[in-house]
Design a protein around this ligand. Structure first.
Ligand SMILES: [Zn+2]
Ligand SMILES: [Zn+2]
Length: 73
């Protein structure tokens, strides 16, 4: 236990699989792969400040605003 802690303190984290897109690290290759497939780059860039819904594309976001809230951003 203690050794692992020492290793961690020295900067060798136990997540040797970094995502080159966002910089997150993962301890397992399949976790990284899942991240890249399901998460990375899929974070919504446009957040509706009314209902906090996230959108990846501006056009969807604008359409949402118009249709759901009745105004355009
Ligand atoms: Zn990533
Ligand atoms: Zn909304």
């Amino acid at each position: 236990m203690e050794e692992k802690y020492e290793i961690g303190k020295m900067g060798f984290d136990r997540k040797p699989y970094p995502c080159h897109s966002c910089g997150r690290s993962y301890s397992r290759k399949d976790t990284l792969r899942r991240h890249m497939r399901d998460e990375c780059g899929k974070n919504p860039r446009y957040i509706c400040y009314v209902c906090k819904k996230g959108f990846k594309q501006k056009s969807n976001f604008q359409r949402h605003s118009a249709n759901v809230h009745g105004f355009r951003m």
